[in-house]
Ligand binder design. Structure first.
Ligand SMILES: [Zn+2]
Length: 272
């Protein structure tokens, strides 16, 4: 697989904010309706698959409704202008991304609300309890992050939005949650791991448990799963040519642009 510089602008890990507008053409995203009952709310197909898995696990659609998924540039512009007129500039700058700079244009972001009669479109209610909190707690396991947190406002440029979730994929969402990093911080963090020289290593929890068992038993027990996964994450600056599969053995390799200057390379290896 050969990467071109243009591909920096696509993938699950692209950072879209006021400083980094979205470049990809909308026609390239494969969008699907989130729910049959709400055919206008669309999400990128892989993100939707994970969202559906999460909702099935927590029986989420019983108490949660989708509010807003993919938006075209024009739609974002309309929302921004309407909000300016109705709610004023201060509110709009706080909660509505500039047209061209909204994560909703990527198809990887969704706003969710607690199911009730009146749902606010810009600031839906998604409380830290009940089914909404269960969603929040399991989101990372399905590749979603709560994107806009109070303490990261300075970095994201958006005020706290407890209802806005962004798909970044696994295990990136889990790492960001464990390390308390927002997407901007995670992108910067990964630059310390240049592809081919260093990598950030992540192993899944089940593997940790199996290891502990072995230590406690004092001898090598038959492990529960023979193949364990190790994830190696590194960063490749866009000016370098890259052909995946040339130098390494791996089961799976995922590549995402960062929408800035390079690629995040995620290599999944089965280890014995
Ligand atoms: Zn949103």
């Amino acid at each position: 697989m050969f990467l071109t510089a243009k591909e920096v602008y696509s993938g699950n890990l692209i950072i879209v904010n006021a400083a980094h507008p979205y470049h990809e053409e909308a026609s390239k995203i494969r969008l699907r309706p989130v729910r049959r009952e709400a055919p206008d709310i669309l999400l990128e197909e892989h993100a939707l698959l994970q969202l559906s898995g999460l909702m099935a696990e927590i029986n989420g659609w019983e108490g949660i409704v989708p509010v807003s998924g993919w938006r075209s540039f024009e739609e974002q512009q309309n929302i921004f202008e309407t909000s300016l007129q109705e709610d004023g500039e201060e509110f709009t700058r706080k909660f509505v991304a500039l047209p061209g700079c909204s994560e909703h244009q990527t198809g990887l972001a969704i706003d969710l609300a607690l199911k009730k009669e009146k749902v606010d479109f810009i600031c839906p209610d998604f409380p830290y309890e009940g089914v909404c909190q269960r969603f929040r707690e399991r989101a990372a396991a399905y590749g979603f992050i709560e994107r806009y947190q109070e303490e990261k406002k300075r970095l994201t440029g958006i005020a706290k939005e407890p209802w806005h979730f962004r798909y970044v994929g696994r295990p990136h969402a889990q790492i960001m949650k464990e390390q308390g990093m927002c997407l901007e911080e995670y992108g910067a963090f990964l630059k310390q791991f240049p592809y081919g020289k260093r990598y950030y290593c992540w192993r899944d929890e089940r593997m940790g448990e199996a290891q502990r068992e072995e230590v406690q038993g004092g001898e090598q027990k038959g492990t529960r799963s023979k193949t364990r996964k190790e994830v190696r994450i590194s960063y490749l600056a866009a000016e370098e040519d890259f052909c995946a599969g040339e130098t390494e053995d791996y089961e799976q390799c995922e590549i995402s642009g960062d929408n800035q200057s390079g690629f995040i390379i995620t290599i999944i290896k089965n280890i014995k």
